[in-house]
Design a protein around this ligand. Structure first.
Ligand SMILES: CC(C)(COP(=O)(O)OP(=O)(O)OC[C@H]1O[C@@H](n2cnc3c(N)ncnc32)[C@H](O)[C@@H]1OP(=O)(O)O)[C@@H](O)C(=O)NCCC(=O)NCCS
Length: 435
């Protein structure tokens, strides 16, 4: 045994499932102008380069509110706002264009520099920014003309996809163009949400100043489903805007929106590559999905059950066997990772079915997950017209007793199953009648 390298090795093992789960996924990342204004852009862009090299398809959407404010202040101009939205007249727009152009170039330069002195040194990254966003004017609202302040009208998704397919990072700004050739100032949140929705992105990542969304008591909300998000009352207006954007994206089909802090150097990688992340996650569906397994899940299930096979808790299953029996498995998936599974093998001629391979990942035990899978498989058994389910177990007898199973003699097993009984394992047999 050597200590050297154990920590990174373990870290790599823990991270590998997430690397696998995120590869090929489309992620829209919103970068508010404050990141650059606070000098925090370079390390963040390095992490984005790393994500790109790990196979994520990335669209960056940057804003530049503080940069616009600074240029306006230098010019001795003051912006007018209506309901929090800046009115962009043609004079203001000169400064918006300057701010957007400068920041866009800064991000492109950072992504182009080959990331010296970083793990990504020498990695070639291609960036594409262009006229992917078509805009329209907001118009006159409550008597106030918003001039060149606009909303997203259309996103050129096929153009963006072509770039992503080629491994290019797409960079969008908070401006859009009209078919009549005008440039409109847009809210960065509007561009990010619409882009994520229209691309059917897997994730929208929203950077904010705080670690996530905090409730009235200042507690960080780690995760919530989209319906629950509507009932939250974030502590301030800034968080409200982020939560509204996250929720809107999920309502319109984005699977997950993450709100994380740009002031935490590790937030992006921790959010994507660790179990529980660090910010607030808003999910379109129930947080953990229970579903039937498919052939794509074989690897994930093997990862879950192999350690227990080595310990003799479970009977050994080869990959080939698992592939042929995969349709009998149900699983719980969290963030693309399988964290629990169970299988039902029906014996219709005997009116019963065997429950097998019930496993919850050690990090997720004790929260009723196995119970939830058991309930689902019992329902499935009922639908198949089976009157009973049974299990063979060596070390988990009491768990099954607590779930309403009763011990029976081996003779109670269907003949076809009894003939396969492994005497050496000396498993106990438990049955449960389905009500
Ligand atoms: C048994 C197992 C599937 C339960 O998963 P889970 O998602 O934690 O299940 P639940 O949350 O519904 O139940 C947890 C309860 O079962 C108890 N429990 C777990 N393993 C047990 C065992 N071998 N014997 C008795 N009770 C057990 C836990 O202590 C916990 O009780 P508590 O909350 O009162 O402390 C999980 O512990 C596991 O994967 N074990 C290894 C594989 C295994 O033995 N599978 C059965 C093969 S037939």
């Amino acid at each position: 045994m050597t200590d050297r390298g154990d920590v990174p090795m373990q870290w790599l093992r823990n991270t590998a499932p997430y690397i696998h789960a995120h590869r090929g996924r489309t992620v829209v990342v919103m970068l508010p102008g404050e990141i650059a204004a606070e000098g925090l852009l370079p390390p963040l862009i390095q992490d984005i380069a790393l994500l790109s090299s790990l196979g994520l398809r990335i669209v960056l959407v940057h804003g530049c509110r503080p940069q616009i404010d600074a240029l306006l202040a230098d010019a001795g101009l003051e912006s007018e706002f209506h309901r929090g939205i800046r009115i962009s007249d043609s004079e203001t727009m000169v400064h918006v264009r300057r701010a957007v152009g400068a920041l866009r170039l800064e991000i492109e330069a950072l992504l182009s520099m080959g990331l010296p002195n970083s793990p990504m040194q020498g990695a070639a990254l291609n960036i594409s920014s262009g006229n992917f966003v078509t805009a329209r004017p907001i118009g006159v609202v409550e008597g106030v003309d918003h001039h060149l302040t606009g909303r997203v009208r259309r996103i050129d998704t096929s153009g963006i996809r072509r770039q992503l397919d080629a491994g290019t990072i797409v960079l969008l700004s908070n401006v859009g163009f009209s078919p009549t050739g005008e440039t409109f100032n847009l809210a960065v949140e509007d561009v990010a949400v619409r882009c994520a929705v229209e691309l059917a992105a897997d994730k929208l990542i929203l950077f904010g100043q705080d670690s996530g969304i905090h409730d009235g008591e200042g507690q960080l909300i780690r995760q919530c489903a989209v319906d629950a998000a509507a009932t939250l009352a974030p502590v301030d207006a800034r968080q409200q805007v982020l939560l509204a954007a996250a929720t809107e994206a999920c309502r319109q089909g984005v699977a997950r929106s993450h709100i994380i802090s740009y002031r935490n150097d590790c937030a992006l990688l921790q959010e994507l590559y660790t179990h529980d992340g660090v910010g607030t996650l808003v999910a379109r569906t129930e947080f953990e999905q229970s579903r039937r397994a498919t052939i794509e899940d074989v690897g994930g299930i093997l990862e879950l059950i192999t350690p227990l096979e080595h310990d003799g808790v479970l009977l050994k299953r080869s990959r080939e066997l698992l592939e042929t029996e995969i349709g009998r498995f149900r699983l719980l998936e969290r963030d693309g990772r399988i964290i629990a599974c169970a299988a039902l093998y029906p014996f219709p001629e005997n009116g019963c079915g065997e429950l097998a391979c019930i496993v919850t990942h050690p990090d997720y035990r004790g929260d009723g997950r196995a119970r939830r899978l058991l309930d689902a498989l019992e329902d499935e058994a009922r639908q198949l017209g089976l009157a009973e389910v049974f299990v063979l177990t060596t070390q988990t007898a009491h768990w099954f007793l607590e779930q309403g199973f009763v011990e029976r003699d081996r003779d109670a097993l269907p003949d076809a199953r009894a003939s396969l009984y492994n005497l050496q394992r000396n498993s106990k047999v438990f049955f449960k009648r389905l009500g």
